[in-house]
Design a protein around this ligand. Structure first.
Ligand code: C5P
Length: 222
């Protein structure tokens, strides 16, 4: 069985960066599942598709022409790595993620990332729905204040203008949608290890995850 480490948690909890670093350290592949929801949202926005038509959105998700090449992401042959990070795309992603038709269309695509020697997958339902048999499940949380600060910094670094009060509002809305939806809500898997990163730097979180992985014999030479 190909090993999987799942990292689930709310928006801007640091999942993406932590997942990437842990994957590098273990020599595993990495799945940013949020990117698939963002790509579906971006494709819908580009087509002026209403974001409340579950059937049409499910079809867009099923037919998504995407390519991941290292850190770069292509939609229909066009690089969209930066555009994908925009807040409008993130909040649209959380609106379309409520539809089971969208989630089902993306399920097998996500499972296809499980390739030797292993996978680190980050998202909301990695440990609960997509990889329930994962060898290690992390539930990464952080206070809303810490998350707003991180998201602001991330946006500014990417040259995107950030407004803290609208970010806070957006983050709270997204948390509510992600935790309250009926289909695959953000919830801690029973067997997940919780790490609160509010007061921790990325390196400390990565070290804690790698420590948990080592205890389970992951990433060591066969
Ligand atoms: O993680 P990220 O912020 O890029 O995800 C964008 C949105 O996609 C989230 O707000 C969430 O609603 C949705 N998502 C999801 N399930 C996942 C990953 C992301 O519903 N596994």
């Amino acid at each position: 069985m190909i090993p999987v480490v799942t990292i689930d948690g709310p928006t801007a909890s640091g999942k993406g960066t932590v997942a990437h670093r842990v994957a590098q350290a273990l020599g595993y592949h990495c799945l940013d599942s949020g990117a698939l929801y963002r790509l579906t949202a971006l494709a819908a926005l580009q087509r002026h598709q209403a974001l409340d038509d579950a059937k049409a959105l499910g079809e867009i998700a099923a037919r998504l022409d995407v390519r991941f090449a290292g850190q770069k992401i292509y939609l229909e042959g066009v690089e969209v790595s930066l555009g994908l990070r925009a807040e409008e795309v993130g909040s649209s992603a959380s609106k379309i993620a409520v539809f089971p038709a969208v989630r089902t269309a993306l399920l097998e695509r996500q499972r296809a990332f499980r390739m030797a020697p292993g996978l680190v997958a980050d998202g909301r339902d990695m440990g609960t729905v997509v990889f329930p048999d994962a060898q290690l499940k992390i539930y990464l949380i952080a206070s809303v204040e810490a998350r707003v600060q991180r998201r602001t910094k991330q946006l500014i670094e990417n040259g995107i203008i950030a407004n803290m009060s609208s970010l806070l509002h957006d983050l709270r809305e997204r948390d509510a949608r992600d935790t309250q939806r009926a289909a695959a809500p953000l919830v801690k898997a029973e067997d997940a290890v919780t790490i609160d990163s509010s007061e921790l730097g990325i390196e400390e979180v990565v070290a804690q995850v790698l420590d948990c992985a080592a205890k389970r014999g992951l990433g060591s030479a066969p």
